[in-house]
Design a protein around this ligand. Structure first.
Ligand SMILES: [Zn+2]
Length: 709
């Protein structure tokens, strides 16, 4: 019934709107910024005019800002304390602090509100942290009302080590201007009361902001090549030897830019006509159950700003960018902006690589990847596809990266892997005879050590930096692949498409995603998420023992009265043997759950002579109520009942001797932390080499977990 009603509603909405992809965001915060870069002092002087619309149904009497360059102000910032001055393998240089100072904040009537502003520390109470700034307003902004104000500020850029800053004459300017936080109205992301959502700058977190229109004028020496969010609408030269570059973009949540005199600018156009075959359009439309028109892609200008020493990798970058524009567009909905800018960071500024901003991403490569033996390592491709993917998961579907990082990094890891496999095949790394796929790399990071965190956790509250990374990226990827295997690829593809369409230019939460998946699958899947993302624990199903013996021969007293007869051992069965040609075998298999996650699985039994059979152990995902808060019951489940407890003994009698038993034989549960124990043979395995290989993978898993990769 529910499904029918839904289908009817969908059909009706399809009639009303031929294209379910929204064309524009409901703009909340518009910025017009003039900024001047002093390339010697590494400072910015900024003036910014902001228009903010109150999206809520209540008046709002204060503004909250991100002043994120203050994360680099001194050793007492929350970012510095959490990171210890290093991030993603890069160290904070000894000199290279950065900060931002707001000089004034004036409303239309000229009153300066800045002196009343206060720094807040909503996450950790660290009063030395200066990354969140709250400004009370003299009069509240009414529901739906608009407030305009002007800010003047100065900033010192940090030396690049964590995403933003300078290195010599290279600049990657992100999180650089005073930016409004997100005012979340009641109901948004499950809020019971409207309010500002504003977090401090953390080591293990990215960002959250609202949609709006940006007009940014950047002035700097005229020999600098500049790239930025949006498209350049003008460039004018000034009498003082500088040039002013004007960039504009609407429907975006942030703005970043780069400048260097050394960039080699390469341009190429992705064509919705020529870069996608008619067959690929048709296959995508069929996969998603959409019309041909709905999956049509538009043209996109690719602006690649390469370091001169990486020119040999020009085509590799462009091919990856086109692949990403194509497959993200086909699967989730066309890329709506006219351009994407890809920045290749300067040598020494690797900390600014691999980062995403709207229509503007940073890649990352090395001259070592120009040639043998490392040309088969798809690192630059992976970074370009991944960072482009953030246009979908986080930029357009603008999730809160502080509180639900899995919705951006994890969704993007899943999508990146799918695009890479589609275009480049299964191997992420091929070098010197070694081959490794992306999904193997993700699985190698999984282990029993991962039982302590749950996926849906605020980014700064994971037990360790390694667990922030594992849960936000690899574990989410493995979880979505597991879900895909349980639902079928078509159902998950349709759910992801629907989720993207419905929340493009909006701010969904995890619960919104759960609801879409259940809706598209036509069944309640909250029990899946309750176990895999909402609580800690691991999945580790195993075959713990296997025995297959000749059934004991009947002996003793049989029959009544005159027919009573004593059968001694061997006597009756000898006759049976003659009649049947062979004797029956008695097989016992014990399966156990070493983890807490209970998902549908089956057991394959392989017999001598080549026969095999597959027994379902559990066919449906348990309901949320059946798993929430309840520890896994100990004890066996009775034969024939779905397997929900810790262990189950399976006993069978048949004509053949069992050779081996394998749980999850199709390898659908990719979140299983240990595949080594999924299969067991009834006698010592003569193919020892094979087992040795599996054991090697197991030890590799442990090593990777120890190294915290
Ligand atoms: Zn990412």
């Amino acid at each position: 019934m529910r499904r029918l009603a839904l289908l009817a509603a969908l059909a009706l909405s399809r009639l009303a709107h031929a294209d379910p992809l929204p064309a524009h965001a409901a703009g909340v915060a518009d910025y017009s910024i003039r900024v001047r870069l002093d390339v010697r002092a590494k400072t910015l002087a900024g003036a910014e005019h902001v228009t903010w619309r109150n999206p809520a149904s209540e008046p709002v009497a204060e503004l909250w800002f991100h002043l994120y360059l203050n994360a680099f102000k001194n050793s007492e910032s929350t970012f510095f304390r959490e990171s210890g001055g290093q991030l993603r393998g890069d160290r904070m240089p000894d000199e290279g602090w950065g900060f931002v100072d707001v000089k004034s904040l004036r409303t239309k009537d000229g009153v300066d509100l800045a002196p009343a502003g206060r720094f807040e520390q909503p996450d950790d109470g660290n009063t030395s942290d200066r990354t969140v700034w709250r400004v009370p307003l003299p009069a509240p902004v009414p529901p739906g009302g608009t407030l305009e104000f002007d800010l003047e500020w100065n900033a010192q850029l940090p030396r690049v080590f964590a995403r933003t800053g300078y290195f010599r004459d290279y600049f990657l300017v992100g999180q650089w201007f005073p930016k409004l936080a997100v005012y979340e109205p009641e109901g948004l992301r499950g809020r019971s009361l409207g309010g500002w959502n504003c977090h401090q700058f953390h080591a293990n977190s990215e960002f959250y902001a609202d949609f709006g229109r940006y007009h940014v004028e950047i002035t700097l020496p005229k020999d600098y090549v500049v790239g930025a969010t949006g498209s350049r609408s003008a460039r004018r030269e000034n009498p003082d030897g500088t040039a002013t570059h004007v960039f504009e973009r609407s429907d975006v949540i942030d703005f970043a830019w780069t400048a260097s005199p050394h960039f080699v600018e390469v341009r190429q156009r992705f064509s919705g006509q020529n870069d996608v075959s008619e067959q690929e359009y048709a296959e995508t439309a069929a996969l998603l159950g959409r019309s041909r028109g709905e999956v049509q892609l538009s043209d996109v200008d690719i602006i690649l700003l390469l370091q001169p020493e990486h020119l040999a990798q020009r085509e590799r970058h462009l091919r990856a960018a086109k692949a990403a524009i194509k497959w993200f567009g086909l699967w989730y909905g066309r890329y709506p902006y006219p351009a994407i800018t890809i920045v290749d960071p300067a040598f020494g500024a690797g900390g600014s690589g691999g980062m995403e901003y709207p229509t503007f991403i940073t890649a990352g490569t090395s001259v070592l990847l120009n040639q043998w033996p490392l040309e088969g390592v798809l690192a630059p491709e992976e970074v370009v596809i991944h960072e482009f993917g953030h246009q979908y998961w986080q930029s357009m579907v603008a999730t809160n990266e502080f509180e639900e990082s899995w919705l951006d990094e994890g969704f993007n890891s899943y999508s990146t892997g799918r695009v890479r496999e589609k275009v480049y095949g299964p191997w992420l790394i091929q070098a010197l005879g070694l081959r490794l796929g992306g999904i193997e790399l993700s699985r190698m990071q999984n282990s029993v050590e991962r039982m302590f965190d749950k996926i849906r956790t605020p980014a700064w509250e994971y037990s360790s930096s390694s667990n922030y990374g594992f849960n936000s990226y690899a574990r989410t990827e493995l979880t979505l692949r597991t879900l895909e295997a349980l639902l079928g690829p078509e159902t998950l593809a349709r759910a992801m498409r629907t989720y993207h369409e419905r929340y493009r230019f909006r701010h969904p939460s995890s619960d919104d995603f759960y609801a879409v998946v259940s809706e598209v699958a036509g069944r309640d899947l909250s029990g899946f998420f309750a176990q895999t993302t909402e609580r800690p624990g691991i999945l580790d199903d195993e075959v713990s023992s296997v025995a297959s013996d000749e059934a004991a021969e009947p002996q003793g007293v049989f029959g009544e009265g005159d027919k009573r007869k004593i059968v001694t051992k061997g006597e009756a069965t000898a006759k049976e043997k003659q009649a049947a040609g062979r004797r029956p075998w008695h097989t016992t298999v014990m399966v156990r759950r070493r983890g807490e996650v209970v998902l549908p699985t089956s057991l394959r039994l392989d017999y001598e002579g080549g026969a095999s059979q597959t027994l379902p152990l559990l066919e449906a995902v348990p309901a949320k109520g059946a798993v929430e808060g309840t520890p896994l019951a100990s004890g066996a489940t009775t034969a024939g009942e779905p397997w929900r407890g810790r262990f189950k003994r399976i006993e069978l009698t048949g004509p053949h001797r069992l050779v081996s038993a394998t749980i999850d034989p199709d390898d659908r549960l990719l979140i299983d932390v240990n595949r080594l124990n999924n299969s067991r043979r009834a006698e010592p395995d003569p193919r020892a080499a094979n087992r040795l290989g599996t054991r090697l993978v197991f030890w590799l898993q442990q090593l990777v977990a120890l190294a915290g990769l």
